[in-house]
Ligand binder design. Structure first.
Ligand code: ATP
Ligand code: MG
Length: 569
C-alpha cells in the first residue's frame, strides 16, 4: 500500500487535475480512500464524441485506480427519453471497451427514495409547493445583481405543502399547474440557489416506471442524491455545472447520513471544429432528414463514427491526446481524423480498388492468360503476409492516372510513358480509343514480360517513376463507395449569432460512387471491416452492404489534404 502511494506521488507530474485530486483524497483517507465514478447520460439521444471524452475519463479513472464506475441513466424526463437511446448508449460504452460496475442503473430506480427525501425536506420547512406559472417564477428570480422576489406560496404551512405535494403526486393537477421548490435564498448571488425547482408534473408514460409517477425530479435535485445513493466519490461533469455545485452541496446537506460523500468536479467539455456537439442539434439533423439517422457516417455520434470505420482504439487514443483540463478550448477535427488514420495504417489490410475506372488493354499480353501475382497485405505489419491477385490482359486503372497532355512532373501514365502496375509488370501507353464525345474508353499498352515484381530479374528491378493500383477486368468486383466530406463547411457552425447552424451544412458532404471496381479478395470482408484502398484512403464495409451489392464508406483519406485544399479555395 505505502509503496503504491510513493509511486503515485512520483508520477504526479503527469497527472491530470482530477487524478491529482483523487490521489490526494486517497492519501487523506477521504471516503475511506475509496474511488467510485459514474457516467450519467440522459437517454434522450445517441452519444457523441464529447460523451466519449467523459466516458474515457470516468471509466479510465476507474481502471487506473482499480475502482468501480457506474453507468447511470439520468431518466427524469419521460417526454424526451426512450428505450432506443438506452440500448444505443449501452452498446456504445461497451464498444468503446469499457465495462460498468454491475447492472446499469437508472435515476428512476431511486424515484421512491427521492420522493421520501422530498417529503422529509417539506417536513423540515425546506421545500414548498408553488402554484405560480413558470413565467411568474422566472420573473421573480430577478437578476444576479438584484435580489429576487419571494413567491406568495413560500411560507405555506408544512401541512398544506404535504397535502399539495400529495395532490401533485396523485395526478390531481395538470402539467405545469405547480412545482415543488427548495426553500433556500431568493437573495443569493448564485441564481441556482434562488428556490430552485425540485419536482415538476409531467403526465407521460415513462420508459421504465410506466404511469407510476406523474411528478419527476429535476436534474439538480436528482443528480447529487443519486450519486449519494450509489456511493459515488468523484462526480465528474462539465464546466457549465460549476455554478450548480453549491446547490449540489446544499441538497446533499439535507439528506447526508454517513457513507461516501460525493464531490462534484468539473472539466472542460470537448468542442471540435466543423462539428456541432449537442444532442438537441443532432436530433434536429436526424428528424429533419439532413442526415440518414443517428448513425449516419457524417455524424459525430459514436454510432456514426463506428459506421464510418473509426476504431475504439482510435477514439480512446484521441481522448488521451486531448487530455483533461479546466480551460475551454476547441479541438481541430483533423486531430480525430489523424488518430484513426494512424491506427488504421497499422492494422488495415491493403486492397486495390478503382473508383473511376478506365480500361487498359495490354496488347502484347496473351489473350485468355491469367497469372497470379503476390501482393503484400500490409507493409506496416510483417505478420500480415501476402495475397494473390489475378492478372490478365485487360485491367482497370483510375481515369486520372492517365493524362494525354501531361505536365513534366506528372509521374503517372502518359502516351509513350511507363509505369509499374503494383505487384505486377511495367507497362507503356501506346494509344487510346475515344468515344464520340472525346472521352477515353480504352488505353492500349504494351508490357515487358521481364519486369514482374519480385521475380528477381534485372528488368524487374528497373525503376520507373510511378506505381499505379489496378484491378483485373475479368475478376473485377463491382461496388458502391460513399465518399464523405465534413458535414459542415464552417469551422464553428453553431457559433454565429443570428444564423442557424444548419445554414452551414455542407451540400457536398456525401458523394456516392456507384461503379467502383475492386480486386476479388474484397469479397472476404464483413460489415465493419476496415481496409486501405491503396493510394485512396481507408475504407470500411458499410452496414448497407449485401452479397449482391457491396457498399463501402471512406473513413478518412491517406493524408490530411483538407488544410491544403482550404488554402487553395
Ligand atoms: P448535450 O449537451 O450533447 O445534450 P448533455 O450534457 O446534455 O449533452 P448528458 O447525457 O447529460 O448529455 O451527458 C452525459 C455526460 O456526458 C455528462 O456528464 C456530461 O457532462 C458529459 N458530456 C456531454 N457533452 C460533453 C462534451 N462535449 N465533452 C465532454 N463531456 C460531455
Ligand atoms: Mg444533460
Amino acid at each position: 500500500m505505502s509503496e503504491e502511494i510513493v509511486n503515485l506521488t512520483e508520477s504526479e507530474k503527469s497527472l491530470n487535475f482530477i487524478e491529482t485530486v483523487i490521489e490526494e483524497d486517497i492519501r487523506n483517507g477521504k471516503n475511506d480512500s475509496a474511488v467510485h465514478t459514474r457516467f450519467p447520460p440522459e437517454p434522450n439521444g445517441y452519444l457523441h464524441i464529447g460523451h466519449a471524452k467523459s466516458i474515457c475519463l470516468n471509466f479510465g479513472l476507474a481502471k487506473k485506480y482499480n475502482a468501480p464506475c457506474n453507468l447511470r441513466f439520468d431518466d427524469t424526463n419521460p417526454a424526451k427519453e426512450d428505450q432506443e437511446y438506452v440500448d444505443s448508449i449501452k452498446r456504445d460504452v461497451e464498444w468503446l471497451g469499457f465495462k460498468w460496475n454491475g447492472q446499469e442503473r437508472y435515476t428512476s430506480d431511486y424515484f421512491d427514495q427521492l420522493y421520501e427525501w422530498a417529503i422529509k425536506m417539506i417536513k423540515e420547512g425546506k421545500a414548498y409547493v408553488d402554484h405560480q406559472t413558470s413565467e411568474e417564477i422566472a420573473a421573480q428570480k430577478g437578476e444576479p445583481t438584484a435580489p429576487g422576489i419571494e413567491s406568495p406560496y413560500r411560507n405555506r404551512s408544512v401541512e398544506e405543502n404535504l397535502a399539495e405535494f400529495e395532490k401533485m403526486r396523485a395526478g390531481e393537477y395538470p402539467d405545469g399547474a405547480c412545482v415543488l421548490r427548495a426553500k433556500i435564498d431568493m437573495t443569493s448571488p448564485n441564481m441556482h440557489m434562488r428556490d430552485p425547482i425540485m419536482y415538476r408534473i409531467i403526465h407521460a408514460t415513462h420508459h421504465r416506471t410506466g404511469d407510476k409517477w406523474c411528478i419527476y425530479p429535476m436534474y439538480d435535485y436528482a443528480h447529487g442524491q443519486s450519486d449519494y445513493v450509489e456511493g459515488i466519490t468523484h462526480s465528474i461533469c462539465t464546466l457549465e455545472f460549476e455554478v450548480h455545485r453549491p446547490l449540489y452541496e446544499w441538497f446533499l446537506d439535507q439528506v447526508y447520513d454517513g457513507g461516501h460523500r460525493p464531490r462534484q468536479w468539473e472539466f472542460a467539455r470537448l468542442n471540435m471544429t466543423y462539428t456541432v456537439m449537442s444532442k438537441r442539434k443532432l436530433l434536429q439533423l436526424v428528424n429533419e432528414g439532413h442526415v440518414n439517422g443517428w448513425d449516419d457516417p457524417r455524424m459525430p455520434t459514436i454510432s456514426g463514427l463506428r459506421r464510418r470505420g473509426y476504431t475504439p482504439e482510435s477514439i480512446r487514443r484521441f481522448c488521451e491526446t486531448i487530455g483533461v483540463a479546466r480551460r475551454e478550448n476547441i479541438i481541430d477535427v483533423a486531430l480525430l481524423e489523424f488518430s484513426v488514420r494512424d491506427h488504421l495504417n497499422k492494422i488495415a489490410p491493403r486492397v486495390m480498388a478503382v473508383l473511376d475506372p478506365v480500361k487498359v488493354i495490354i496488347d502484347n499480353y496473351p489473350e485468355g492468360k491469367i497469372e497470379t501475382v503476390m501482393i503484400e497485405n500490409n507493409p506496416e505489419d510483417p505478420e500480415s503476409g501476402s495475397r494473390e491477385v489475378p492478372f490478365s490482359r485487360e485491367i482497370y486503372i483510375e481515369r486520372d492516372d492517365f493524362m494525354e497532355d501531361a505536365p513534366k512532373k506528372y509521374f503517372r501514365l502518359r502516351p509513350g510513358g511507363e509505369v509499374r502496375l503494383k505487384g505486377a509488370y511495367i507497362i507503356k501507353a501506346e494509344s487510346v480509343v475515344k468515344d464520340s464525345e472525346g472521352r477515353i474508353t480504352e488505353i492500349h499498352c504494351s508490357y515487358d514480360p521481364e519486369t514482374l515484381s519480385g521475380s528477381g530479374s534485372e528488368a524487374s528491378m528497373r525503376k520507373v517513376k510511378g506505381t499505379l493500383h489496378w484491378v483485373p477486368a475479368h475478376a473485377a468486383v463491382k461496388a458502391e463507395v460513399r465518399l464523405y466530406d465534413r458535414l459542415f463547411n464552417d469551422e464553428a457552425p453553431d457559433g454565429h449569432k443570428d444564423h442557424d447552424f444548419k445554414e452551414y451544412l455542407n451540400p457536398d458532404s456525401l458523394r456516392v460512387i456507384e461503379n467502383a471496381v475492386m480486386e476479388p479478395s474484397i469479397t472476404k470482408y464483413k460489415v465493419g471491416d476496415s481496409m486501405q484502398f491503396q493510394r485512396l484512403g481507408y475504407f470500411c464495409v458499410d452496414s448497407d452492404s449485401t452479397a449482391e451489392k457491396l457498399v463501402f464508406n471512406r473513413t478518412v483519406g491517406l493524408k490530411d489534404t483538407w488544410a491544403k485544399e482550404q488554402k487553395k479555395n
